[in-house]
Every structure is written in C-alpha cells, then in structure tokens.
Unconditional design. Structure first.
Length: 337
C-alpha cells in the first residue's frame, strides 16, 4: 500500500467510465511510469478511500470523491498533493488540508474554452431565435406559424452584457468581440486598465441589465453571488432580451426566471439548474423560448482529456519536487460549487 522504496504511491479516486474519458492511454502510462497507482473504482466510498490513503503522496479526485476531512485526513499521513480534475475544490477539501501544508490544484483552465464556446453558441441561437423555430417545427406548427418569432438580430453591433470577468468570462468576451459585439462587463474586481486591455466597458449591474440584448453569466458561485439575478434584476432586462447561463444556477433565482420565461418576456439558454437531473415536469422543458442542455458545456472529448492531463502533470511535478502550475489557496473554499 505504501509503494516501493523508490516509487511513490498515488491514489486515483476516479470511476472507470470517467477515467476512460479523462486519461488518454499515453497520459495514464505517463502517470504509471512515475508512481505506483492505487485506483478506486468505488470512488465515493469513504471507507475505501481511508484504507487507500496511508502512505500515498498524491490523490487525484473527481466529481463525487469524498471530502478530505476527519478520518480521511487522519489517514493521509504522507499526502503532499490533492489534484482535482475539475474546477471548484470546496466539495473535496477543507481548511485543515491547507493548514496541513498539502498542496491543492485544480484544472479549471481546461474548461474555459469549451464553456465559452457553448455560451457563444447559446448567444447566437438566442439572437436568431433558433430555439423558437426548432420548437415550433418539432411540435407540429404549420410553416407560417413556425416562421413567426420575436425580432431577430445579428451579433455584430449587439450589446452583450457579461457578469464576471472570470477565465470563462474572458474567453467568452474574446469570442463575441471577434464577431463584432459591443461588450459591457460587471465585475467588482475588474480594474479600468484590465477592462481597456479586454476592449470592453464596465458598468454597474442595473445599467448592464437594462442596456444588454443578451446577458451571459460567468461569475463564481460564492456567498456574495447567491441569486445575483433575482426578480428585481431580471425585471430590468428589456422585453425580448435573453439570458445565457453556463455557470451555476446558484447565480440566478430559478423561480423568478421561470416567471419571466413563462410570461414570454425573456428568452434563455441554460446549462445548469437548481435540481440536476432537471425534473421531467419542470416548466423549462415545455417553453418554446428556452434552450436547454444537461450541464454539459465543458463535456467535450478534448476538454475531458485536458482535465486528466492537467492532473497527471501536477502529480508528476509534485513527485519531482517541482512547483504546481495551478495551485489554489484557502480562498478557493469560498467558491461553493
């Protein structure tokens, strides 16, 4: 369980189906060449993880891995690194991990590109009302009825509001600006110099909502951003405007959004929901002005492989005594999802 004298041991808490998506054969071979691997197929089993951790120098976590607290942390007597294959680490480590001096890394950079691309696809679909046409034709509307839709717009010259200049937010800004959109951002941590470098203007949230044709949500899920868009904020959006959410449902009051969408005043494209899987009787499913995807914005083959490669790189760097590339500190625990 502790590995040979000259080969450290690494615990991989990733289930078989996800392991196949995250680790290309050459990446798995690269990891195995540098360490003895203890692989947990039952990655959600706290008991199995507790038995695997003694002597291990690194732990690779995935969605569903138990949080490293209490008896699990006690068992991690040689642990130097937790390499998470996702973005938010708060569900998997607590403050005691950082206090113990254990390095924590995450792979969020790998997700920014594909999520931004989906947000762009959502934006274009909403501007051109593609979702409404698709719904009308699929539900049997005649050609004339199916052709009716609210005004449609090109992205060039459209005012796009972005909530949060995060990694994904910046990738999205780059994409929509390249297509000619006029971008306004609300982010309390974005300075004037950075805004100029991004080629965007900044505004307070009420102004952004009132003046944007499409609003895209890219803020982190923290205590401060809970229901950042509630009923009063959504009411500021102009009739016919659209909302894109590929970030977290935490940021939007789903009940308030449902009311606006049911009234038909706004359109939306949504990848994240309060309850996942989305209940089969949820009102979103029946609305013609809503485009839905099942929390898969980062689910490309290429992205999954980058997540795995990032974790492998972090582990091997740690075992060689090299500094991590994507370490996070205790402040990352403020990001709740």
């Amino acid at each position: 369980m502790t590995g040979s004298a000259d080969r450290p041991r690494v615990v991989v808490a990733v289930p078989p189906d996800l392991r196949a998506q995250l680790f290309a054969p050459e990446e798995w071979a690269r990891l195995a060449s540098g360490a003895d691997l203890t692989v947990l197929d039952a990655h959600t089993d706290r008991g199995a993880l507790a038995r695997a951790l003694p002597g291990a120098r690194a732990l690779i976590t995935s969605w569903g891995t138990p949080r490293l607290t209490g008896e699990l942390l006690d068992a991690a007597d040689a642990l130097e690194l937790v390499a998470h294959t996702g973005s938010a680490v708060a569900p998997y480590v607590g403050e005691d991990v950082f206090r113990r001096g254990i390095t924590v890394t995450q792979a969020g950079d790998a997700m920014a590109g594909p999520v931004a691309e989906v947000a762009l696809a959502f934006t274009l679909a909403l501007l051109h009302r593609v979702h409404r046409f698709d719904h009308a034709l699929r539900t049997g509307a005649d050609w004339e009825t199916a052709s009716a839709a609210p005004p449609r717009h090109e992205i060039r010259g459209s005012r796009i509001g972005v909530l949060g200049a995060s990694r994904t937010g910046r990738a999205y800004i780059s994409l929509v600006r390249a297509l000619g959109a006029e971008v306004t951002v609300t982010d309390p941590y974005l300075g004037a110099a950075e805004a100029r470098a991004l080629g965007i203007r900044t505004a307070a949230l009420p102004e952004l909502l009132a003046t944007s044709r499409v609003v895209a949500v890219h803020a982190p899920a923290t205590e401060e951003t809970r229901h950042l868009l509630g009923a009063p904020q959504l009411a500021l959006m102009p009739d016919g405007a659209s909302l894109v959410n590929t970030a977290r449902s935490w940021l939007v009051d789903e009940e308030a959004l449902t009311a606006e969408l049911t009234a038909g005043r706004l359109d939306a494209a949504i990848d994240v929901f309060d309850a996942e899987p989305l209940p089969t009787d949820h009102p979103f499913r029946a609305l013609p002005n809503v485009l839905l995807t099942p929390h898969q914005a980062a689910g490309t083959d290429e992205c999954r492989l980058r997540l795995g490669a990032s974790a492998v790189t972090e582990v091997l760097r740690a075992l060689r005594g090299e500094p991590p590339l994507h370490a996070v500190g205790m402040a990352a625990l403020g990001r709740l999802h």
